[in-house]
Design a protein around this ligand. Sequence first.
Ligand SMILES: [Zn+2]
Length: 149
Amino acid sequence: MLLAMARHTGPRMVQCYLCRHRFEVGGRAQSTSCPGCNKPVIVGDLILKGSTLKGPKKEERTCGKIVVGKKARLMAEFVEAHGGIECEGTIEARHVLTSRLVLGAKAVYKGDLQAQTVEMKPGAKVKPSQFAVPEDPIGLADLPQSGSG
Ligand SMILES: [Zn+2]
């Protein structure tokens, strides 16, 4: 008999970043194809550790969250993360759309921002960027919170 190693995580609701269609995915799904537009979408978290450099690329989008570690660097023209962005390292972008941006004490951030909430630790550096903090740009708040089990 094998014991199940993986922690059970139930399905969660995501919103397609291409067509804004909402659908359910398995708790541990990393990518899937959207039933609304039939295009592949990334629903997992993007975690950059160590001295990882991601990009430069045109876009980096996920329905999950993006975590940029202390020495890591994310470079993309357009960054979208529905689950929020936690940055201890460097983000260089032209435009960022997320639900919640958290910048750590060593974080360096550049790019126009659209987020519901922004948290900055003392020491975080923000290069001249335009911040827009609208109430809820694409209705992310309606999505049920994940991780309650
Ligand atoms: Zn879609």
